[in-house]
Design a protein around this ligand. Structure first.
Ligand code: CTP
Ligand code: CA
Length: 225
C-alpha cells in the first residue's frame, strides 16, 4: 500500500466521479446491464475525500455505501441520466474521473408493460447508441480542468487505451487488462497502467482497489497544481 506525505493533496478541489454500471430498461421489470460493482469508483471517492476534495459521486445501480461527509452522492440508473448529472456537475469542478461502466447501447423502445412470452419463437431487441459521457466532458473541458478515463481491454490494450485518451480529450487514462488475474469487474484488487498525454506509460503492481485509488489520486494531484 502507498501512503501520502500529507493527507491533503486534493485540498478544496472539486472532483466529479462516475461509478458503477448503468441499467438500460427493456420493460418495467427487465434491463440490460453489466457486471461492474462500482468498487473502484467508490474507492476513488473515499480516497479523494480523505485527501481534502469535495466529491460529487454519480453512481449507477450498486449495493455500496459511502460514509465520508465530503461525498455528495447522486444515484442514477441509465446512461442518459448519468450523462445529465455529469454534464451539470463538471463545469463547476476541477477534475472528472470517469470510472463508470456505461452501457454503449440502450433499447430503442422501452415497453410500457411487461413484454409477454408469446409463442412466436425468437425475439429481437433493437439497440441505439448512448452518449459518450467522457467525450462530452472532454469537449467542454476548460483550461486547468483535468479529465481521467478508464479503459478495460482484452486485447491491443495500449493502442486501444491511447486512442480513447485522444478521442475523449482525457489527460490520462487508467488501463486494466482482463488478461491480468485479479483485475477488473467483481474483484477487490486491480492491476493498472496509467498512460498520459505525452504517451508515457507507468505500470503498477497488483493492489487493493483502495491502493489503486491512492495511485490514481496522486497522479491527479500532480496535474492539479
Ligand atoms: N465512457 C463514458 N460514456 C460512455 C462510454 C464510456 O463516459 N458512453 C467512459 C468510461 O467511463 C471510461 C472510458 O469512457 O472512462 C472508456 O470506456 P470504454 O467502454 O472502454 O470505451 P468506449 O469508448 O465505450 O469503447 P469500447 O467499449 O468500444 O471499447
Ligand atoms: Ca464501452
Amino acid at each position: 500500500e502507498e501512503f501520502f506525505a500529507s493527507r491533503t493533496v486534493l485540498e478544496k478541489k472539486k472532483i466529479v466521479i462516475t461509478a458503477g454500471p448503468t441499467y438500460e430498461k427493456i420493460d418495467p421489470v427487465r434491463f440490460i446491464g453489466n457486471y461492474s460493482s462500482g468498487k473502484m469508483g467508490f474507492a476513488l471517492a473515499e480516497v479523494s475525500a480523505q485527501q481534502g476534495a469535495e466529491v460529487t459521486l454519480i453512481a449507477g445501480p450498486v449495493s455500496l455505501t459511502t460514509t465520508h461527509p465530503n461525498i455528495q452522492r447522486i444515484d442514477v440508473e441509465s446512461a442518459e441520466e448519468m450523462y445529465q448529472a455529469a454534464m451539470t456537475a463538471f463545469p463547476g469542478a476541477d477534475a472528472g474521473i470517469l470510472c463508470a461502466a456505461v452501457a454503449d447501447y440502450r433499447p430503442e423502445i422501452q415497453a410500457g408493460e411487461k413484454i409477454k412470452r408469446e409463442s412466436k419463437g425468437e425475439m429481437m431487441l433493437h439497440l441505439i447508441p448512448n452518449k459518450d459521457i467522457a467525450a462530452s466532458l472532454g469537449a467542454i473541458k476548460r483550461e486547468g480542468q483535468v479529465l481521467v478515463g478508464f479503459a478495460l481491454e482484452t486485447n491491443n490494450e495500449a493502442t486501444n487505451a491511447e486512442s480513447k485518451l485522444k478521442r475523449k480529450n482525457l489527460d490520462f487514462i487508467v488501463l486494466n487488462s482482463l488478461r491480468d488475474a485479479g483485475a477488473g469487474f467483481r474483484c477487490d484488487t486491480n492491476k493498472i497502467s496509467i498512460i498520459d498525454r505525452q504517451g508515457e506509460t507507468t505500470g503498477y503492481p497488483l493492489k487493493s482497489k483502495q491502493g489503486v485509488a491512492v495511485d490514481i489520486v496522486n497522479k491527479l494531484a500532480t496535474l492539479l497544481k
